[in-house]
Design a protein around this ligand. Sequence first.
Ligand code: BGC
Length: 498
Amino acid sequence: MGKVAVGIAVACGVAVAAAAAVVIHRRMKKPGTWAKVMEIVKDFEEKCATPVSRLRQVSDAMIVEMHAGLASEGGSKLKMLISYVDNLPNGREKGLFYALDLGGTNFRVLRLQLGGRGRGIVNQQFAEVAIPPSLMTGTSAELFDFIVAELAQFVAQEGSDFEPTPGRQRELGFTFSFPVMQTSIASGTLLKWTKGFNINDTVGKDVVAELTKSMERHGLDMRVAALVNDTVGTLAGGRFVNDDVVAAVILGTGSNAAYIERANAIPKWQGPLPRSGEMVINMEWGNFKSAHLPLTEYDLELDAESLNPGEQIYEKVMSGMYLGEIIRRVLCWLAQEAAFFGDTVPPKLKVPFILGTPAISAMHQDTSHDLKVVINRFKETFEISNTTLKMRLVIVQICNIVATRGARLSAAGILSILRKMGRDTIKEGEKRQRAVIGMDGGLYEHYTEYRKSLESCLNELLGEEVSGTIALELASDGSGIGAAVLAASHSLYLGRDD
Ligand code: BGC
């Protein structure tokens, strides 16, 4: 894309500069040609290509960053945060525990009655609440008060089928899915917001203290026993039921991974080595960046206009919050440059983030002969109803390009973890224990084509023999459950008689 062209594509974003508007107007008069459409799509496809050779370069670069992030604080774009989880659940956890799971547009509150040795979860309830968008960019107190009001209401509804231990404060596992520099298992300061949240006065503060202050304001008698990232919660929740779980990956609104590292391979860890010899690391892989990532003009513009320019670049090419926005930008460019939708750019096409992942996955997986789902989604989302089958095929192709690139890049991330853990090769004659990666997030759970593409790419990268020892397993709601279980294993009352 040339200089002028970039200007036009930017114009499709939030700020429409007057000068750019003039340029657009001039362009609009030019009749679009199908050849131009094909040229733009072909160019986009080439720039998004993820051949195995490139994925290996991405993985090499990620491993370098993993080492750097483990070596020193701030040593890498990959924060490799210490979670203070050095012992994963073993299934013996017992009692009533709560969890609060905050990390996207919804938050969940859960209560679990854990049965102790081998009995797992004997009773559970949860509630899910949408966070009003205004609270995502308001003040810290507003956000926490909203959440705690819901939590307090949920606690008040605790029925007699749950068994709090008399005389003890209720305990909570707090899943907070943003980058946090932990100072202990139950405290940590927010480094920055991601995923559309932007509340300045929380950054640099201890989020457990913020939550606790709000609980006090609401008269809610509860203590936070564990603060965990959703990846760490998913890993713990997975381990609660399956000893083979060694890592967890979230592919949802945002993306991230956690895995079990040898404590003596973490030079920046100052404390005494944990008895287990292990430490769960929250990679914060969303912030990974490398010259090997196949980025296009559309990605660069999306980033430049985002709430966090220059940050979360890996996340911006593969997670649920951004896939639709990349596609919208390509469509916008087609509309402007090749009159894809006629003489004018349909107004709704100019609205940032209007195209969500559910729509993309539905269109991408449309099996009807005339692509009816695409017709309907285009009407609903963009109020565009003049698409021909030929145009709809192009739309599906763009969805496929963007989803495939994201899925294959996630596979490269998973490969990096397996390589770091020494699980990517098998020595001759070695009998390998299975390694399971707990997967969670709406993108992985609901976007079948994305998931299939990720899995087949990982098999391709690992080869048949190693692939046979690795399993990706969906751990729905694992993060909340894991937080409650970690609250149990870090309970203040641990070891005291019931
Ligand atoms: C956050 C991570 C989180 C991931 C998945 C990212 O934007 O930085 O902390 O684990 O989203 O929810």
